[in-house]
Design a protein around this ligand. Structure first.
Ligand SMILES: [Zn+2]
Ligand SMILES: [Zn+2]
Length: 713
């Protein structure tokens, strides 16, 4: 934002805050619609100058046509393709078949059919001027707030001639950064309006659309929109539920009311539609008499659907005429959408629609790691047609088959098991199998020794004893291209295309109880790609076979990085780029069955490597005062952090402090009552302490004490 923009932004905010106490308040929310359409167009035009030239020519033609249409009083075009409608409402002039492609990773972005149906209802309400809030349209514009007579009907026949309910679901990590690459399973644009629903779009945009003739290719034409902007129910909400009304306006050749050259609030602009006044655009909803910004005596159409504010509720008659022109033009093949032939081809006249056979799909409860004797709940999420019967197969489970829609299955034998669902209704059936889905562990730990050490040198051990959970993209892999010691480590190949993905790696079960004063360390190597990447590594422990996890370590971005510089090329660590990480496991010191989980959340940074996963007692045992045993600090000298370990002969109050050379208390590490047995506490390291010698001192209520030197380099 330059100075001028800041100033203009403040003007908008000023009027925005005025509206709270003024009359005609539409909306006191401070949010507004972030539409990515103009940004996307400028990006495409930079790559395809020929599209820009054609677009500008078409916009000039549309503006000239608008001037003629305006002189003629914006008479609606009489379509010969009206269809009969038994309701009292006048029939629509245009019916556009629509399909929603929900791109999902089994998260909340996999929105329900009901939420999409609610969105279609809102779209048709807005384009037929059936919205209840027309009552609060400014009197200046009430006369031109038009019934656009355009309807959107979910497709009932897909491009292959098969049954559909107009809702398509695709499992893909493309949901995390919604862009043209996320436009999977495109249906021909001359038959359908494609709407892709994703979890998020870069820059916080709610969505974007291509105006006719501006898509870089036919298969990218249509609208992409964030799932929380769909409908007013479920993960949607009423305030933001008109984002698609706005984006469809773009699809039908409407620009923002101030044009498409910049964000709202910057310069007075024109949309090539005569009956919508020149404006800078609005992100707030001031009183109508406070909206005369560009011309002193001309009220601006702040409630237009092509504004950014959340008080929009109308299209103008001029905008309708411009949309009709788009639907009559072969630009972007829009003129083929609303024809008798296409209504038949896409089944939008089917009333009631056919019942489609289901496409089988299901979700386990999070509990895919369980101990022997544990249970897993499976949710049917089949789509396209509602199943009326379910046939499940659960090898290794009890029961091993089920006909419930939400079966609960107990697993009594250790192993890794597949699950199969056949979902059926009167129109047919469909089967989905997911292999290696349920991991059932023995309650007896696989590793029981005085030390646990995994240097990843054995390929068989990593394959057989570790579990890699990789939903999409690259997963944790054993490599011999880098190692802290020996020749092998585990690596996650992390690139910009991994953004948003989560990768897990789970250890075999370990008996920690046999390890005296255990300290958990591992070797890490990681680089950022750019200084703003915030990739995160977390480490968790579980004492119930992975059913639940507690987080013990979390680092991100520059703190996670083990090298000073960022690197855009493929990161392979040198010997000096490995760092020892220490993880406090004070919560599981006496557990006989512990699993460790490494979770990496990618923000598109560079590769990460892990090696030498080690749980062992301190090397040099200090013999302190009676009543306190095994008092030690490790690693020493301190790195990112050290762990203080000790055992108490019996429960008592203790005080654990960090002193500097002068005897000054630097940190109160712990003060309180501890139980008998082993304990450990982290000491934050070299980011917090100046170089030098420090002392960690434990004193007990029995008057005992123990002291250890701690070096900071
Ligand atoms: Zn827009
Ligand atoms: Zn205008």
């Amino acid at each position: 934002m330059n100075q001028k923009d800041v100033f203009l932004f403040l003007i908008v905010c000023f009027f925005g805050s005025l509206s709270i106490s003024a009359q005609n308040v539409d909306n006191t929310h401070d949010g507004f619609l972030h539409c990515g359409t103009d940004q996307q167009l400028h990006k495409v035009f930079a790559e395809h100058p020929e599209l820009k030239a054609e677009f500008e020519l078409n916009q000039t033609r549309a503006e000239e046509q608008d001037a003629i249409d305006f002189r003629n009083g914006y008479q609606p075009i009489n379509s010969t393709e009206k269809i009969g409608n038994s309701s009292q409402m006048t029939p629509p002039t245009y019916i556009i078949p629509i399909v929603f492609h929900v791109i999902h990773d089994y998260g909340t972005e996999n929105i329900s059919d009901a939420q999409i149906l609610d969105q279609v209802r809102i779209l048709n309400t807005d384009y037929r001027r059936l919205n209840a809030d027309t009552i609060s349209i400014s009197s200046t514009f009430l006369g031109i707030a038009t019934d656009a007579k355009i309807e959107f009907h979910l497709a009932n026949i897909d491009p292959n001639g098969n049954c559909t309910n107009g809702i398509d679901r695709i499992f893909s990590s493309e949901t995390y950064i919604g862009d043209d690459d996320s436009k999977l399973n495109y249906w021909p644009r001359n038959k359908y309006l494609n709407v892709w629903v994703v979890k998020s779009i870069g820059n916080g945009a709610a969505g974007y659309a291509y105006l006719p003739g501006t898509a870089p290719s036919a298969s990218k034409d249509g609208i992409i929109i964030v799932s929380t902007y769909i409908g007013s129910i479920g993960t949607g909400n009423p305030q933001t539920s008109r984002a698609l009304t706005h984006e469809v306006g773009h699809f039908l050749n409407l620009t923002h009311v101030w044009g498409l050259s910049n964000n709202p609030g910057i310069t007075c602009g024109n949309d090539g539609v005569t009956d919508t006044p020149v404006t800078k655009g609005w992100v707030t909803c001031p009183a109508f008499n406070a909206s005369h910004i560009c011309n002193a005596n001309i009220e601006e159409n702040i409630q237009n659907y092509m504004e950014y504010s959340y008080c929009t509720k109308m299209f103008s008659t001029g905008q309708r005429t411009r949309m009709y022109s788009a639907l009559g033009s072969n630009l972007g093949q829009r003129n083929q959408l609303s024809t008798v032939t296409n209504w038949a081809a896409t089944g939008v006249n089917n009333n009631p629609p056919n019942t489609c056979a289901p496409t089988a799909d299901f979700l386990p409860s999070d509990k895919v790691f369980i101990c022997v004797g544990g249970s897993v709940t499976f949710d049917d999420i089949s789509w396209k047609g509602h199943p009326t019967s379910w046939s499940w197969s659960f090898p290794g489970g009890t029961p091993s088959t089920s006909n419930d829609s939400i079966p609960v299955i107990v697993y009594n034998t250790a192993g890794v098991y597949a699950v199969t669902l056949t979902a059926s209704n009167s129109s047919g059936s469909n089967t989905l199998s997911r292999t290696a889905l349920v991991k059932v562990s023995s309650t007896t730990a696989q590793y029981s020794a005085a030390q646990y050490f995994e240097g990843l040198e054995s390929a068989a051990v990593f394959t057989n004893d570790w579990t890699v959970v990789n939903a999409q993209g690259n997963g944790w892999t054993r490599v011999t291209t880098a190692a802290a010691t020996g020749t092998a480590s585990v690596k996650l190949t992390n690139t910009e295309s991994m953004l948003g993905t989560v990768d897990e790696m789970v250890s075999p079960s370990i008996n920690i109880d046999l390890i005296s004063n255990p300290v958990f360390t591992f070797k890490l190597a990681f680089r950022q790609r750019t200084a703003t990447d915030n990739d995160r590594l977390r480490v968790y422990v579980s004492t119930n076979c992975g059913l639940s996890w507690s987080q013990r370590y979390s680092k991100l971005g520059a703190t996670l990085s083990t090298g000073a510089a960022t690197t855009s090329s493929n990161f392979v660590p040198g010997a000096a780029e490995w760092r020892t990480e220490t993880v406090s496991i004070s919560n599981v010191l006496n557990s006989t069955n512990v699993r460790i989980k490494f979770t990496f959340e990618s923000e598109g940074g560079n590769n990460i490597y892990i090696d030498n996963i080690n749980i062992s007692g301190p090397t040099g045992i200090n013999v302190p005062d009676a009543g306190i045993q095994h008092f030690d600090v490790y690693p020493n000298p301190i790195q990112e952090q050290s762990i203080v370990t000790f055992s108490l002969e019996h429960s008592q109050k203790v005080n654990l402090q960090l002193f500097d050379m002068t005897g000054r208390v630097i940190a109160e590490i712990f003060s309180g009552t501890l139980s008998e047995g082993a304990h450990q506490f982290p000491v934050q390291g070299n980011n917090f302490l100046l170089s030098g010698m420090y002392f960690v001192k434990l004193t007990t209520s029995e008057g005992r004490s123990a002291t250890q030197k701690l070096l900071v380099n």
